[in-house]
Design a protein around this ligand. Sequence first.
Ligand code: HEM
Length: 388
Amino acid sequence: PALIIPSRGWLSAASPDVWYREMRDVGPVHYDAERTCYDVFRFEDVQRVLSDHANFSSQRAGEELTSQSIINMDPPKHMKYRQLVAQAFTPKAIEALAPRIEEIAKELLDEVANQPGFDIIRDFSYPLPVIVIAEMLGVPNEDREKFKHWSDIVVKGVDFEAGETIEDNMKLRHSVTQELGAYFAQVIQSRAIQPSNDLITALLASEVDGEKLTIPELLGFCFLLLVAGNETTTNLIGNTMLSLLETPANWERLVREPDLLNSAIEEGLRFRSPAQSMNRFTKEPVEIGGVTIPEGTEVIAWIGSANLDPEKFDRADEFVIDRNPNPHIAFGMGPHFCLGAPLARLEGRIAIQALMNRFPTMKLVEGAEFKTVASPIIYGLKSLPVVR
Ligand code: HEM
């Protein structure tokens, strides 16, 4: 996968919202000579970069596994491939998974039920989505741990704080990509011999323009579904829980008025967006926000900033539990709108409902430091310790 270099603003900001506010005001479409890309910060502009595929392309060069996947294709090819998995992710198909997801959430909370406190991330929101997607894909349960490890490395940025260099990170990602590719190739082969009721089997049977998918295309799908939905969903749960618990009145209100759960989750998605940025490449020179971006240039659309833009949202820098309407773009916009959104929302709802039922008087551990993971794309906590 392409190397992720955090921008200076992101690294130096105690919280990215301070950097975002400054950039929306003084450099809403800004060229960064060091990273040789443009950063875009205002809601209107971010929305356009994400959805105007004629000017801002998702296609990229390279032989990485992800370059064969829908997230890196432009229309019309994009739609033909997206259709193959779309059926498995409709709200109706996803709703059918609810009983199983509830069971997984219950089992995870059973394990901490007798402890005075636990870590929402490590014990709950981290394992939950990987178990769900592994079951959907048809990956054997005993491989879950390996899975989680691989998907984490693929999305993580360079951890300068832990002494990691850009080169270390590149090597690590390369070797993990190879391992993951070899692993999926094996699962694909075994499903080809012995079909089952899972996504990999369905993909093996599907065709585009009368042709079966190639192995790199199949691998691209597996790889994307694995990495796109795990850490993002972990952080949807973690970020929303942090936002609720840091102002205990919000948590108490939700426990009293559980009908607010959906709007609390939407506000969690807006206020601390799990996916902070997505990139595109200009096909020709294009004007945006009064700036002309040259052809063939990388453009970073800062979703995290767009969702905090006061031009779009009243009280943008506050977590408003009953915000309505809430036109956030945490799942993107346009043809690439997150395929997994119904699944992420369902998992978020079940997870937080389970926490409300079991631990209604839960509190953050006093004095705990809430560190975010080192990544310019993913926003979430390393841990979220709570007491009952
Ligand atoms: C695309 C965010 C969960 C699968 C996207 C995009 C965003 C996003 C912003 C747009 C990418 C772009 O425009 O280039 C999120 C967030 C999630 C989440 C915030 C959790 C809260 C999931 C889950 C899955 C998933 C659970 C599946 C298991 C995908 C796929 C795409 C995508 C396949 C590519 C769609 C396409 O290119 O047509 N996601 N996602 N996501 N997401 Fe998610």
